[in-house]
Design a protein around this ligand. Structure first.
Ligand code: NAD
Ligand code: UDP
Length: 311
């Protein structure tokens, strides 16, 4: 049995990861400041004696003895991470320093939940890990993008200078049950709008693309990454390479919900990446043939059922 710290464990992805780690017989310490997460997301785990929920802000030092750390603490939706941009940078940068400090002291393996946003509005397509990205360092997404890029640098340098056993994954757009209805990201927005019969808000002309991964596929990739040998630090892309435009996503959601909602167009936010699709060759090679298993229609159906149950 391992003791595992999951920061941001009461968030969307974190709650699925905690559940999987508990089901595999580990002891899990879930640390969260409940900015975008909530106790509700892990309420089904609270009775388990191997699960502990701690209210703590990752920007403050924390002392614990653990075998592994998954560092997920950071708001992920543009609406939420832009709400307090300075706090977002502190969460990524000071958070990384604090958890890397725990890993250095205890010898724990540590995984960073980085993001496809490190590629910015990418000039190469699909994105491979050796691409350095096209990020506006002073734009309104920079608090997230540059915070995550700095965290990657911290992880790599703790590995080189202090031999900390680090793992970096770059997560591409992920969706599924337990997203907040006001999360602000596109999949939950469209599903909530369709179920309520409200207008579906496409930003811009809707020809921009994303590649959507169901949360279970991500969690499988995270666990496999943590299990790799110490010589493999990543970064490695974890995402579903099947690309959709926002118009196609809206049409899928309307068809699957049978909604009468109309599509409307709103202005495209600043620096919104025009296309995004992971090259997952490295993940397949290093993570034992890992690849996403859940097709968009199947994942959307499961997510729609979830939102029907909470709306
Ligand atoms: P989320 O907002 O649901 O979860 C983030 C969690 O971190 C929340 O529970 C929040 O309360 C917590 N948190 C935020 N600031 C904190 C702080 N200072 N101290 C402690 N806890 C804090 O988002 P998510 O989609 O679950 O994302 C989880 C991680 O994965 C994030 O690091 C995100 O950047 C990364 N990621 C997610 C996606 C995606 O599509 N879901 C894509 C790329 C990267
Ligand atoms: N988007 C949209 N309508 C919405 C929310 C988002 O058209 O209600 C678009 C957004 O402009 C972007 C894409 O959907 O082009 C994905 O946005 P999201 O915030 O989910 O993630 P990210 O931009 O970080 O990939």
């Amino acid at each position: 049995m391992k003791r595992i710290l999951v920061t941001g464990g009461a968030g969307f992805v974190g709650s699925h990861l905690c559940e999987r780690l508990i089901n595999e017989g580990n002891e899990v310490v879930c640390m969260d400041n409940f900015f975008t997460g909530s106790k509700q997301k892990v309420i089904h785990l609270l009775d388990n004696h191997n699960f502990e929920l701690i209210r703590h802000d990752v920007t403050m030092p924390y002392f614990i003895e653990v075998d592994e750390i998954y560092n997920l603490a950071c708001p992920a939706s543009p609406v939420h991470y832009q709400h307090n941009a300075i706090k977002t940078i502190k969460t990524s940068v000071m958070g990384a320093i604090n958890v890397l400090g725990i890993a250095k002291r205890t010898g724990a393996k540590i995984l960073q939940a980085s993001t496809s946003e490190v590629y910015g509005d990418p000039a190469i397509h699909p994105q491979t890990e050796d691409y350095w990205g096209n990020v506006n360092p002073i734009g309104n997404r920079s608090c997230y993008d540059e915070g995550k890029r700095c965290a990657e640098s911290l992880f790599v340098n703790y590995n080189i200078q202090n031999q900390v056993r680090v793992k970096i994954i770059r997560i591409f757009n992920t969706y599924g049950p337990r997203m907040e209805k006001n999360d602000g990201r596109v999949v939950s927005n469209f599903i909530v709008q369709a179920l309520k019969g409200e207008d579906i808000t496409i930003f811009g002309d809707g020809n921009q693309t994303r590649s959507f991964q169901y949360v279970d596929d991500l969690v499988e990739g995270m666990i496999r990454m943590m299990a790799t040998g110490d010589d493999f630090t990543g970064p490695v892309n974890i995402g579903n390479p099947v690309e959709f435009s926002m118009l196609e996503l809206a049409e899928n959601v309307i068809a699957l919900t049978g909604s009468k909602s109309k599509i409307i167009h709103l202005p495209l936010p600043q620096d919104d990446p025009m296309k995004r699709k992971p090259d997952i060759s490295l993940a397949k090679e290093k993570l034992d043939g890992w690849e996403p298993k859940i097709h968009l229609k199947e994942g959307l159906s499961k997510t729609i059922e979830y939102f029907k149950s909470i709306l």
